[in-house]
Design a protein around this ligand. Structure first.
Ligand code: SF4
Length: 326
């Protein structure tokens, strides 16, 4: 079988300062095939965005240490020199950020910004780059695209700015698209439009898509697979329908219980007590133990491994099964 588009094994990302070492990603394993969508789900600070940024090497270089295996499109992302990595950003892997105003330059029109990306990557003429920018805005369904080419970012609505960001990310035809909570800043109606657009583009262009969110409803709209992340590790990975039918890890069950979804009608929402552990002082045993109602003394001895359950799911818990709370 050919190598997957993304192959991560024991991926670790540490941030070192004089005061502390923060273990932000702590042994992540996964594969992603071309055309597949993985949603990484978890609370703020669980390591989702750091994992995504590691794939483009966008974490701050002076304080970041990365180890383990991370291959994208057959390229060794961890060991690659920066000049080679720079050439692959945009072409092999591109990212859509949460807040487009921080990623778009306020003093250039959106047409100029997209055209500049195209010119830098493909070396085409200014006229050809502008035509490609127009085609990209049409691809992401920006209304009156020809007129919007000459608009500045502040003249566009939040939804149109996010579509512009998607157009820029697609401008070099990446094989892997990373999306870091791209709809969080949008209102609910625009959010669903952007999600459906992303899913449609991913299928039409055959890209791999890794989508980071803390919103289970968003994950269920776009994902083929869901990985739940807690304290820098995946604690459950499964196909989206299996996961929604019955999450198995107590933390994943807590997330589902705290979210409004189709099968939660008439049931009260629940909360997960406590807070995640500090990433500079991770416990020896299960990182979720202090919040887990199923915790037992042996949970505190060593970090549970990610155990396969059937053919298409893995769960990091040594005391399965736990019935889904009513
Ligand atoms: Fe809870 Fe123990 Fe499972 Fe951790 S290993 S999730 S503490 S039951």
């Amino acid at each position: 079988m050919s190598e997957p588009l993304v192959h991560a094994r024991n991926l670790q990302v540490r941030f070192r300062s004089r005061e502390a070492t923060v273990q932000a990603v702590n042994g992540v394993d996964f594969d992603l095939r071309q055309g597949e969508t993985l949603c990484i789900l978890g609370e703020s600070g669980s390591g989702k965005s750091v994992t995504l940024r590691a794939m483009m090497r966008l974490n701050p270089p002076r304080i970041t240490e990365v180890s383990g295996t991370l291959r994208v499109g057959g390229h060794d992302i961890v060991g690659m020199p920066e000049t080679a990595m720079s050439a692959l950003r945009g072409a092999l892997v591109a990212m859509i950020f949460q807040e487009p105003m921080t990623a778009l330059d306020p003093v250039f029109t959106v047409g100029d910004q997209i055209a500049e990306t195209v010119r830098r990557h493909d070396g085409v003429s200014a006229r050809e780059a502008r035509l490609r920018a127009l085609a990209l805005l049409e691809l992401v369904q920006v209304p009156s695209a020809a007129r919007r080419l000459d608009a500045y970012p502040h003249e566009l609505s939040g939804g149109l700015r996010q579509r512009t960001m998607i157009a820029m990310a697609l401008s070099c035809r990446p094989r892997l698209l990373l999306a870091d909570e791209p709809t969080t800043a949008l209102d609910a109606t625009v959010q669903i439009q952007v999600l459906l657009l992303l899913k449609q583009l991913q299928q039409e262009l055959g890209m791999g898509l890794i989508f980071v969110t803390h919103d289970l409803g968003v994950a269920s709209e776009v994902a083929d697979r869901i990985a739940v992340m807690y304290a820098g590790r995946f604690v459950e990975e499964a196909g989206v329908s299996d996961f929604l039918a019955q999450p198995m890890h107590p933390y994943a069950q807590g997330l589902l219980g705290a979210t409004v979804h189709a099968s939660s009608r008439g049931q009260p929402l629940t909360t997960i007590p406590g807070a995640p552990p500090r990433l500079d002082r991770l416990p020896t045993g299960c990182a979720f133990a202090a919040r887990c109602r199923h915790a037992q003394p042996d949970c505190l001895v060593a970090m549970p491994p990610l155990l396969p359950i059937g053919t298409d799911r893995s769960v990091r818990c040594i005391h399965l099964p736990h019935p889904v709370p009513a």
